[in-house]
Write a protein that binds this ligand. Structure first.
Ligand code: APR
Length: 237
């Protein structure tokens, strides 16, 4: 059924979460082995943590920067990039900050929560490569502290990425969620918005999500990489 929906859809948008990158070796947040099972996000992934808990903040994010340098996109990322190239899907909205969709060749990607591939100074905004964290250089020339260019809890989403995502969601005839618990706003409003705009909503996630009730099709028993490989073979493009 999903294969036919993909073939019939004139505008397909993919929405990914951390479950898209677990098969690359990166942990997600809320499953049993997730990062938020070991750390309280409000104590580590917030501006308050940056100001009051800077050693823990830097240690946590240096580990994550090392992770996205060590691990790589998996077959599923490359399949999505190929599908964009041949016009099967039109764009990817991702909550992930690993940059793996772009590394696999996807072009029309909105990073709703920013990226770990870049840092910027918390004081003057100057941008740096995340190599600075690898080299354990944590301060800007102005003296300000360097932080990953990701959205911390309590911060606004990047306007351009969010507006692009809204436009893509409005155009979607088919909206496929891959690997997200859909528990963080405002990102988790987009699948609902797609549905309200008449799109078919598909959710692929190994655990129940907050929006399963609204979905037209839900897969809880499939790993994303395997499902994408199977669909790619069926589509035989
Ligand atoms: N195949 C299918 N589903 C998977 C796979 C897989 N290989 N691996 C993990 N999952 C599922 C998990 O069961 C989990 O429900 O992916 C989901 C990931 O959900 P979360 O860990 O909550 O991650 P996400 O939804 O992306 O979190 C959203 O929260 O902490 C913030 O900014 C952070 O972008 C993140 C946001």
């Amino acid at each position: 059924m999903l294969k036919q929906w993909i073939l019939d859809s004139a505008y397909t948008v993919i929405f990914t979460g951390a479950g898209m990158s677990t098969e690359s070796g990166l942990p997600d947040f809320r499953s049993s082995r997730g990062l938020w099972k070991q750390k309280d996000p409000s104590q580590i992934a917030s501006i308050q943590a940056l100001n009051e808990n800077v050693q823990d903040f830097i240690e946590f994010y240096r580990t994550r920067v090392l992770g996205v340098k060590e691990y790589k996109p998996h077959r599923g990322h490359y399949i999505l990039a190929k599908w964009e190239d041949i016009g099967i899907i039109q764009s990817i909205i991702t909550q992930n900050v690993d940059g793996f969709h772009q590394l696999a060749g996807s072009k029309r990607v909105a990073e709703l929560h920013g990226t770990l591939q870049k840092l910027h100074c918390q004081s003057c905004g100057k941008e740096y490569s995340s190599e600075e964290y690898i080299k354990e250089d944590y301060y800007c020339k102005c003296g300000g502290i360097l932080r990953p260019s990701i959205v911390l809890f309590g911060e606004a989403l990047p306007e351009e990425a969010f507006n692009f995502s809204l436009r893509e969601t409005e155009k979607a005839e088919l909206f496929i969620v891959l690997g997200s618990s859909l528990s963080v706003t405002p990102a988790n409003q987009l699948p609902l918005f797609a549905k309200e705009n008449g799109a078919k909503l598909v959710i692929v996630n190994q655990e129940p999500t907050a929006l399963d009730f609204y979905a037209d099709l839900v897969f809880h028993d499939r790993k994303i990489g395997e499902l994408l490989k199977e669909l790619d073979q069926e589509l035989d493009m």
